[in-house]
Design a protein around this ligand. Structure first.
Ligand code: 13P
Length: 296
């Protein structure tokens, strides 16, 4: 069974001090909640929440300046829910004169297990092209392979809480069509083209782990999420396209776009929706905790 993931993308919000305040609240809420690990067949009736903990994971993607702060908070969290860190972006060169960019090594040293690549805001506002996104994806997998010539699968596992620059970062590759494309009924072709361009270097390679975030542009920040049935159709299409054309050992597909505590449940009940990537509604720790509770 694939792990269910709930991810928070803070975008350009929260200073390090604000991030600290956020985790003071969020981790306290998490600590107060009584969870039952259904895998241990514990049927404690007094528990407020039953949850398949082993198969759930929370990922936070704060701004670069808050990565280390966040890592220092979550690495000491010894509760039963897994919490991991993602960067919102990463550059494909290893180092050098690339003012304003951030390298894979830098984010790994800040404790990132994941890197968001090709978010629609990067594509639309900062003119990131499919070609650049393809280079980033290649760089992320090359980095893992080059650091681990004997082990191409040395991805961060659950016990390897990382800050381990020899471990690989897993990309969270964002794709999604705009409203015009959807109105024309061309969303599948558009998204498969985005996927193929991003994964162009990986056709003949084994991909140990990949997360795709399907985030239709017309749903991001609009308050109008995709209808669960339409989400399922698109996610199933992405699964089939990737499984047919690539060798991916561990594939998960998240939905992003106006996810809240009121609409998450029917979305994540769908077979091919492995979780969500939440923007605006993740910024308040109480609200995000409510979303998390609806999620599990
Ligand atoms: P919203 O949840 O604010 O619509 O943002 C979604 C998103 O872009 C997550 O990456």
């Amino acid at each position: 069974m694939n792990k269910k993931i709930i991810a928070a993308n803070f975008k350009m919000n929260k200073t390090p001090a604000e991030t600290q305040n956020y985790f003071n609240v969020f981790l306290e809420l998490l600590g107060e909640e009584k969870f039952v690990d259904l895998n241990n067949k514990d049927k404690n009736k007094n528990s407020r929440k039953k949850l398949n903990l082993i198969n759930s994971e929370i990922i936070f993607a704060p701004s670069f300046t808050s990565l280390l702060e966040t890592y220092n908070r979550i690495k000491n969290y010894d509760g039963s829910v897994k919490i991991k860190l993602a960067s919102q972006n990463v550059y494909y060169e290893k180092s050098g004169a690339y003012t304003g960019e951030i390298s894979i090594r830098m984010i790994k040293e800040c404790g990132c297990s994941y890197a968001i690549v090709g978010h629609s805001e990067r594509r639309c506002i900062f003119n990131e092209t499919d070609e650049m996104i393809g280079k980033k994806i290649k760089a992320v997998y090359d980095d893992s392979r080059n650091n681990n010539p004997d082990n191409h699968n040395n991805y961060n596992n659950d016990n390897n809480y990382n800050n381990n620059i020899n471990a690989g970062v897993i990309p969270i590759l964002c794709v999604g069509e705009n409203l015009q494309t959807r109105k024309k009924g061309m969303e599948s072709g558009f998204v498969s083209n985005q996927l193929d361009k991003a994964l162009i270097s990986l056709k003949a390679r084994n991909i140990p782990a990949l997360i795709v975030a399907y985030e239709p542009l017309w749903a991001i920040g609009t308050g109008v999420p995709i209808a669960p049935e339409d989400g399922e159709t698109m996610h199933r299409f992405i699964y089939e396209h990737l499984n047919k054309n690539y060798k991916i050992e561990e594939l998960r597909i998240l939905y992003g776009g106006s996810v809240t505590e009121t609409n998450i449940k029917p979305l994540v009940k769908k077979e091919h929706i492995d979780g969500v990537l939440v923007g605006g509604a993740s910024l308040d720790p109480v609200v995000f905790f409510d979303i998390f509770k609806s999620f599990v």
